[in-house]
Design a protein around this ligand. Structure first.
Ligand SMILES: Cc1cc2nc3c(=O)[nH]c(=O)nc-3n(C[C@H](O)[C@H](O)[C@H](O)COP(=O)(O)OP(=O)(O)OC[C@H]3O[C@@H](n4cnc5c(N)ncnc54)[C@H](O)[C@@H]3O)c2cc1C
Length: 417
């Protein structure tokens, strides 16, 4: 099943955005048509800079069209660890990312992006009693910062999720959900409307410095630009040697059911999306049509109708909702998440005028949107010190291949359970 046949592309109210290639000379060339590249293009164009997005496949082909659609505040790390890791930049980063869902929803509102946006929060659910210790810590830290979060006991979690299987949860009311592909297409529509150029089906094959500019080379011709943003993240190819060695590829599958009607009324009745504290994380949410979308770490094996992953998804649903009965899956897909060893994203300066934001650790709806905007601001003459993070150089992950194989094997074995 291609990503265009999977749920988010099929159900997105926003039409696919595509564009033919033509050679151009622009302020900013952007490689990759996901949230980072599209937000960068949108904010460049809004500020009067010319921008050209070159996407090898289609808008939202990468993580941006494949994710769970949880628009979460903060990052993977809890607030105190984040501040400790970022030092001086910690407090401002935390403030920016605590407010990040609101900023994403503001863009959705401004450009009337039809992406099934809900703002009822998300639930970080405790898969077992030991998961509550982590959630308790996160709750206290966010509460101290004045965030609207609530710690749920098992009974409250059961009421909000419809599942008796969780030991509790952390409900973050700043967060929400979207149709991820709808958001990507909507950003592309908005960027185009502001004057950015978007070309799809155009793989960038080389980057060459010509005088003060970059020549961005494709099989169809080239784009000349003062600056380049590589917004290729976990879907980076061999364009920049060594780039994809800077994170671990973690695979995550999702399957969607048919609309379940009354059967799903008691499941997530408040429209929150959830993910859990398990080592092999699971996710669950509904769409506006009443489909359940269930996911977990690992690749998609087989089809939505048969095979290892379909059976695993069925078992997750049976465990969460013993009374639900058998449900059929309609679509299934997987995607790649760029995980860094310290769970922090990076904004890498590859060369003069050439930048790449990477390693969003599964928090890309907000990080891609905000980092794309920050790149646009910096390239429009802003102070690099105002970026959310200091610019860094490439830092390859040690034992990348070995650890990826280890995780892959673990996730696959887990699907047999
Ligand atoms: C299964 C899954 C679940 C996730 N769940 C969530 C979630 O619930 N919430 C959340 O916030 N985040 C989530 N994430 C993370 C989030 O989806 C990503 O961090 C985010 O989409 C990254 O956006 P991006 O624009 O940086 O990169 P991408 O969206 O991956 O886009 C990169 C693009 O670059 C293109 N490209 C690559 N090489 C070239 C080239 N040489 N020339 C031209 N184009 C090229 C690719 O085709 C691709 O479209 C999830 C990710 C996955 C995979």
């Amino acid at each position: 099943m291609t990503i265009e046949q999977a749920l988010w592309a099929q159900s997105a109210a926003e039409e696919p955005i595509s564009g033919a290639f033509r050679e151009s000379t622009v302020d900013v060339a952007i490689i990759g048509g996901g949230y980072t590249g599209l937000s960068c293009a949108l904010h460049c164009a809004q500020a009067g800079q010319t921008a050209h997005v070159l996407e090898a496949q289609s808008v939202g082909y990468g993580g941006s069209g494949r994710n769970v659609g949880l628009v979460n505040a903060g990052l993977w790390l809890p607030p105190a660890k984040l501040v400790a890791a970022l030092g001086d930049r910690g407090p401002s980063f935390l403030e920016l990312f605590g407010d990040a869902p609101r900023q994403v929803f503001e863009i959705i509102e401004k450009y009337q992006i039809r992406c099934e946006a809900t703002r009822e929060g998300t639930i970080h659910a405790a898969h077992a009693p030991r998961g509550m210790a982590d959630l308790q810590g996160r709750f206290e830290e966010w509460k101290r910062l004045g965030a609207p979060v609530e710690l749920l006991n098992a009974g409250q979690a059961a009421e909000m999720t419809g599942s008796p299987s969780f030991a509790g949860g952390l409900w973050d009311q700043r967060a929400g959900t979207i149709n991820p592909m709808g958001y990507a297409r909507g950003l592309a529509r908005a960027a185009k409307a502001e004057g950015a150029e978007i070309s799809t089906g155009v793989q960038v094959q080389g980057l060459r410095r010509v005088g003060a500019n970059w020549q961005v080379e494709t099989a169809q011709g080239h784009v000349t630009a003062r600056a380049v943003v590589m917004a290729t993240n976990a879907y980076s190819d061999a364009l920049w040697p060594g780039l994809s060695k800077c994170w671990q590829d973690i695979h995550f599958f999702q399957l969607s059911t048919a609309p379940l009607g009354d059967l799903a009324d008691a499941i997530l009745p408040g429209k929150q999306g959830l993910w859990d504290t398990g080592l092999i994380m699971r996710s669950l949410r509904k769409d506006t049509e009443g489909r359940l979308i269930v996911g977990s770490m690992g690749r998609m094996f087989g089809t939505p109708q048969s095979g290892l992953t379909m059976r695993r998804a069925g078992r997750i649903l049976r465990h969460m909702f013993p009374d639900l009965g058998p449900v059929a899956f309609e679509t299934g897909w997987d995607g790649t998440i760029a995980m860094t060893p310290d769970h922090l994203p990076r904004i890498v300066k590859l060369d003069e005028g050439l930048f790449t934001p990477i390693g969003y650790n599964g928090r890309g709806v907000t990080t891609g949107t905000l980092f794309g905007r920050s790149m646009a601001q910096m390239l429009g003459g802003g102070d690099p010190e105002q970026l959310p993070l200091p610019l860094t150089t490439l830092e390859p992950v040690g034992l990348k291949q070995l650890s990826e194989r280890f995780y892959d094997l673990g996730f696959t074995l887990n699907q047999l359970r």
